[in-house]
Ligand binder design. Structure first.
Ligand code: ADP
Ligand code: MG
Length: 697
């Protein structure tokens, strides 16, 4: 039976080898199963008839009953066209053909009644429809109200007579044979609980719905199914891992207590306290922790990471923190050293630029266990780096690291893998997090430390640059520091570097006597550090930079972030950049500079930034604007090629599907119960055909 869906489409009625080859190439459709899953992307409404007086040019498509009474040629030369008058009791409009006229002349019978379907337009005072679809009005055509599926196709396919209409005929024929073979994959107790219609029916009505309401039901069923099986697989993987991977058990929290009571530089927010508790309960549970910590920029993830490290250290284990860039590793090292020194914890920094004797010394002290915290870049995961007993690995800014790198951290401890805490400031919408990181526990810091003033964001056109410069001067006068950021897009790195250098020079010219620094990815690490440190110490007042400053850098005195060519940045990145200011007590500002010429999407992005500071709201908007495939860090995930579900819209169904998957696995982890047979079969079938699931997160 499964064999049927694997049948090559060339054996289908109305397809044949030539069309099959085209469908293979153009749409990646090889088998009957593929073709069935080539779902329409919308439907044209053929259920409603309009009268001519109701028609206006804003309507996408209309269907009208009426009579044709005058057909003839108009215009000259290449403006020559065939027209017909089309009339009902309420009025008259014109039908127009610019090509294929002979066929029309042969077919159309003046005086006869037709159903006409097409897109209305307006020329002068009259409405017209070009190249309408026409059908003789008969007893039966009059009654056949339906929703016509519209399939994606390509120019090449269209030229070989495989337009949407033709595809719909082929699929209709295929479904006739296929529907009886489509098996239900969900047990009744699930379909009943969520009022899901049968799978075969859902597929039929997703292509050829009998009504708009049936289409909704069909869609809900297929979305549920798609998301349910994704969740089931992610959760199964997680269960498998929990069984295999015992975690190190850390009951002692003595160091954490000492630090908390005597040295904590500020009161933790409620959210930070909650997350520390969640992490602590993982670390003493006996299972390996795999936790994602999401928190908006400035929400205070670092201190949470440090406290978690202290739990491991209290129990005689070591900790490491891995950051994506040297600048950031440096900064973490500086910050954490201050804390560590207070309670006599030994800490070191390991990056690519630490070499020779110093490097060997670090290696030795790690192996002996003398070093308790190692902060660094991906240099940490090199093979030569051996820990005596690594208890917890913290990864900052997850999206910069691949899954493979995370796996290599696991191997850093020989007997039992370390606990893993992944921190990201890219707020991932809940729906996406559940799909992408379904196998991680998720903690969220959803509260900023008290006393922060929300950043004031404004959008200015390039023509107002002088005003913006005036504002910068005033802020510098109040001893504040400024970032000016230029976009850097990989393909045209040279050109962008020129933009940056030009910008740097014009800034220097505009602010004589004010020290200006520069920072970009092409500089040598030691030069970058030098520039960054000068800015941190307040020696330079303005930092002209590319997005290398995007990640994590913390200069509380910086209060203005100017983003040049802001229209070229994505929302997530804009938000990250803005997060570089607003870290101190004074009021901070973000100024988005752009040209006057803005795409509709760019406008929405800038407006969104001006409207809200909430990272999650911005992430939701980003998801809506770009679709999930584009969200940072999700590209390689391979699970976002969703067929029917849309993560930006189907959040509710996703939650139901996930809850159901959890329930199923709790009752029946091996899926051995007879009424779960259908689920097991479906998983087996998907295993054969789909992506490598071990890649997921
Ligand atoms: P992020 O989550 O972006 O990594 P950080 O951990 O760098 O944020 O914290 C941002 C700033 O806020 C730091 O200067 C940090 O010391 C400070 N901070 C963190 N938590 C609190 C708190 N509960 N109260 C006051 N300041 C805090
Ligand atoms: Mg940070």
């Amino acid at each position: 039976m499964a064999g049927f869906f694997d049948t090559k489409i060339e054996y289908l009625k109305g397809v044949g080898p030539q069309k099959a080859a085209l469908l293979n190439k153009e749409l990646n459709i090889f088998t009957c199963g593929d073709l069935i899953q080539h779902y329409p992307f919308r439907h044209e409404d053929r259920t409603k008839f309009y009268t001519i007086s109701e028609v206006n040019e804003q309507m996408p498509f209309v269907q009208i009953k009426g009579k044709i009474f005058a057909i003839g040629w108009q215009g000259e030369g290449n403006k020559k066209r065939l027209t017909a008058a089309f009339q009902d009791d309420t009025g008259k409009l014109e039908l127009v053909w610019f090509k294929g006229q002979q066929g029309v002349l042969r077919m159309v019978k003046p005086g006869a009644a037709y159903i006409v379907f097409g897109k209305p337009a307006k020329y002068g005072a009259n409405h017209s429809i070009a190249h309408p679809e026409m059908e003789l009005l008969t007893e039966s055509t009059q009654k056949q109200a339906y929703l016509q599926p519209v399939y994606s196709t390509t120019e090449k396919l269209k030229s070989r007579f495989l337009d949407s209409r033709a595809l719909s005929r082929v699929i209709k024929e295929l479904l006739r044979v296929a529907l009886p073979q489509i098996r239900e994959t969900l047990p009744e107790y699930i379909t009943e609980k969520y009022s899901l219609i049968e799978k075969a029916r859902a597929i039929r009505h997703y292509h050829f719905p009998s009504s708009a309401e049936m289409f909704k039901k069909a869609k809900a069923r297929l979305v549920f199914e798609e998301l349910f099986y994704i969740q089931l697989r992610i959760l199964k993987m997680k269960l498998g891992r929990l069984e295999k991977l015992k975690g190190q058990i850390f009951p002692d929290v003595s160091l954490l207590k000492i630090f908390y009571q005597d040295h904590l530089p500020f009161e933790l927010t409620e959210a930070q306290k909650r997350v520390v508790r969640e992490i602590h309960s993982d670390m003493k549970s006996g299972e390996q922790m795999n936790r994602l910590l999401q928190g908006d920029v400035g929400s205070g993830k670092t201190i949470v990471a440090f406290l978690s490290m202290l739990i491991a250290i209290s129990n005689g284990a070591q900790a490491c923190l891995m950051a994506p860039t040297e600048i950031l590793a440096n900064q973490h090292y500086t910050g954490l050293s201050e804390f560590a020194d207070l309670i006599g914890v030994k800490i070191a920094l390991l990056t690519g630029s630490i070499k020779g004797k110093k490097r060997r010394e670090i290696f030795d002290k790690l192996e002996s266990g003398e070093l308790q915290i190692l902060v660094g870049t991906h240099a940490i995961i090199e093979e030569k780096v051996v820990f005596k007993k690594m208890g917890i690995a913290v990864i900052d800014e997850q999206h910069r690291f691949g899954v493979a790198q995370r796996a290599r951290l696991w191997e850093k401890n020989k007997s039992t893998p370390p606990h893993i805490l992944v921190m990201t400031a890219t707020p991932i919408p809940r729906t996406l997090a559940m799909t992408l990181y379904g196998d991680l526990e998720v903690s969220v810091i959803d509260e900023l430390p008290k006393g922060r003033k929300p950043i004031i964001t404004s959008h200015r056109f390039d023509s107002h640059r002088l005003n913006v410069f005036g504002f910068i001067r005033q802020q510098v006068g109040e001893s504040r520091q400024i970032y000016i950021v230029y976009p850097l897009i990989e393909e045209s790195e040279k050109l962008d570097l020129k933009d940056l250098m030009d910008g740097f020079e014009s800034v220097e010219r505009a602010f004589p006597g004010i020290p200006v620094g520069i920072l970009h990815g092409r500089m040598r690490p030691e030069d970058k550090d030098f520039e960054m440190e000068r800015f941190v110490r307040g020696e330079t007042k303005i930092m002209v930079a590319t997005t290398v400053i995007e990640v994590g850098v913390d200069v509380p005195n910086a209060s203005v972030m100017v983003i040049e060519n802001a229209e070229r940045f994505g929302l997530a990145q804009l938000h990250q950049l803005r997060g570089r200011v607003g870290r101190g007590a004074s009021q901070s500002y973000c100024v988005l500079m752009s040209s006057m010429k803005l795409s509709k999407e760019a406008k929405v992005r800038l407006q969104t930034m001006v409207r809200t500071n909430n990272g999650f709201e911005i992430a939701e908007k980003d998801l809506e604007l770009r679709g999930p495939g584009d969200i940072q860090g999700t590209q390689q995930s391979g699970i976002l090629d969703l067929l029917v579900a849309d993560l930006s819209k189907d959040g509710k169904i996703l939650q139901e599907a996930r809850a159901t998957a959890i329930e199923v696995l709790q009752k029946d982890p091996q899926l051995a119960l007879p009424h779960h047979r259908g689920i097991l079969d479906q998983i087996e079938r998907q295993k054969k055909s789909e992506v490598n699931w071990s890649r997921v997160s």
